[in-house]
Design a protein around this ligand. Sequence first.
Ligand code: RAM
Length: 512
Amino acid sequence: MENKMLLDQALALLPQLNETTVEVTQTVALDMDENRQIRVEAAGDYREKRMKKGDAVILDFGNHQVGYLNLKLDYEGSHPDAPVLMRVHFAENPVELFEDAKSYHGWICSSWIEEEQIHIDVIPTSLQLERRYAFRYVKIQILDISSKFSLVIKDAACTAVSSADDKNLKAFETENEWHKRLDQIACRTLHNCMQTVFEDGPKRDRRLWMGDLRMQALANYQTYEKNDLVKACLYLFAALPMENGQVGACLFLDPVPEVDDSVMFDYALFFTACLRDYYNETKDMEALRHLWSTALSQIYIAEEKMGDAGVIEDSDELGWCFVDWNLALNKQASAHGIFMYALKAAIELAAVLGETEEEQKLTEIYRNAKQDALKVLWDEERQCFMSGKNKQVSIASQVWMILGGAIEGQAAIDLLKRVERMEDAEGMVTPYMYHNYIDALMQLGQRKQALEKLEIYWGGMADQGADTFWELYNPGNPNESPYGGTIVNSYCHAWSCAPAYFLRKYFGEKKN
Ligand code: RAM
């Protein structure tokens, strides 16, 4: 099913990576108190240490980096008479250095843990670790060394890589220092996820996901404006669909470009929305013509999930529709809202292309989807949208109904307020879902609330010392992980670069 024309176009657009050498800014010691708060203290100069068995140093690279570690090693004492065995542990967030890799038994593969054990046979030597890592801190620990000599790390540096270049970062004009800081963290997040494709996170999963791409593209238009990278990613998804023509949830580049075998109802539909955003930004008519049939077929493939009642049917299949990492969340109502959201995008694109008949057909589907949402999913008694057979209330369901246009204006404003007060309403756990929530508030003209929520939520991560924004953040439990351990969480995840998008688009102060 691979489309060679689209694939060739995509590959031709893939960027080169820029390399920068980054030095260690300080050697540190880390301490964690009973509330899991971490204190970072300066701890001399790593170059001065004479390392014996069990000794460790923690190097701080000053900011989040993505790249390759280079070490220059020497010794003091007798000629090395045995190899040195050392463990190198990389951490995006210092909390990772307090977890023991061996005690991680979560469901996602532990091979994501950023740890290496290496033998060094010949010293002095210069070495570069083969694997690319995402980190700010690196802990080097000597597991064993002959008693006849000690190890000296003469130099440590990182060859950092990204396809984004800060020279091309658009200025963000604001006098608000706090907004500047949130924007900087968001831009760093995006920058470090911009590799050969937009990666979801450079630590994990290091690949192109459709749902993440939509948000990365939006932030990119306000910041680095690497629009060809968005284009390349859209072409990749269109070139490598599933058997039935559906856009896959994610894809790999190596050893050859290939779509993963997982699909998600919402992610496939976000292709259509992402193409609409890309077109609005670039007016790239040629790309729209190339990608339109993929965008349109996502709507019809999704429509097959429409049940007799006229709303998208629920499913027990795990991960059928993503929406958020809240594992208790029922996805039905959100799925229906996302279907409507993508339909709106498809109607817009059909109009641009002059596909009048298609436009009318889609408008008709949209009209019915809206009517049936109000008929089937709206609960008269509780005055909100419900999801699934157990009639679950969640913020996500309301947000997607609003973004899909099922409810508008004051009624929608009141709805959000009402549901936020309901104790049994399922909440949001990812910056990804928070982005959609802020988007809904903005669509309803609730600027003040949107800004407040953004400042509190992303500001919460900044207060925890984040250099880049995280994959997950639950203010009630900053160490939450859906994977069974923070050691595999990603602390630089581009679906969380919303501050760069919202602050720059709506809250900047244009200087005269
Ligand atoms: C996470 C990935 C990615 C996301 C999927 C659904 O595991 O890192 O960001 O799109 O979940």
